[in-house]
Design a protein around this ligand. Structure first.
Ligand code: SF4
Ligand code: SF4
Length: 146
């Protein structure tokens, strides 16, 4: 499952189109609206977290772009909520960059934010949702883009 955050900008003549519905129905994507500013007959902006198979996300974005919608991916920053993490190690098996690793012999799970690429693979794996997507910087960037 691929999870990424996008800033979508809608031309004013598309504000009444059911884009999000089509993304779910035709492209089997899940979404989470993080911010939306859409008014009829005006340019709109939406920050959307999109989840789905990589090919489906690409196809869905191509569909949007076909209507003149611009889609810009936001790099996300990952943080670990230390109060939730109980050191189970499940996340280390999916981390492709080595940002999450097990320190032996103590068997503690280390998180090196400098090595994190923001791929988000660890977020759904963690049983207690200790790995979180930090939106502070993304929201600030989105405000700049607005
Ligand atoms: S977001 Fe990706 S690179 Fe960063 S810690 Fe999670 S799995 Fe590793
Ligand atoms: S999967 Fe979650 S609880 Fe387990 S070590 Fe990773 S961050 Fe901690």
């Amino acid at each position: 499952m691929h999870t990424q955050i996008y800033v979508l900008r809608f031309p004013k003549d598309t504000s009444d189109r059911p884009f999000v519905y089509r993304l779910v129905k035709d492209y089997d994507l899940e979404f989470n609206i993080l911010k939306a500013d859409i008014l009829l007959q005006r340019e709109g902006m939406m920050i959307l977290e999109i989840k789905g198979a990589k090919e489906s996300v690409k196809a869905g974005l191509d569909y949007l772009r076909g209507y003149g919608v611009s889609a810009q991916r936001l790099a996300s920053r990952i943080r670990r909520d230390e109060s939730k993490c109980f050191q189970c190690g499940a996340c280390t098996g999916v981390c492709p960059s080595g940002a999450l690793s097990i320190s032996r012999p103590q068997m503690t799970v280390l998180f090196d934010a400098e090595r994190c690429t923001g791929c988000n693979l660890c977020v759904p794996i963690c049983p207690v949702r200790a790995m979180e997507i930090s939106l502070d910087r993304d929201m600030a960037l989105a405000e700049d883009l607005a």
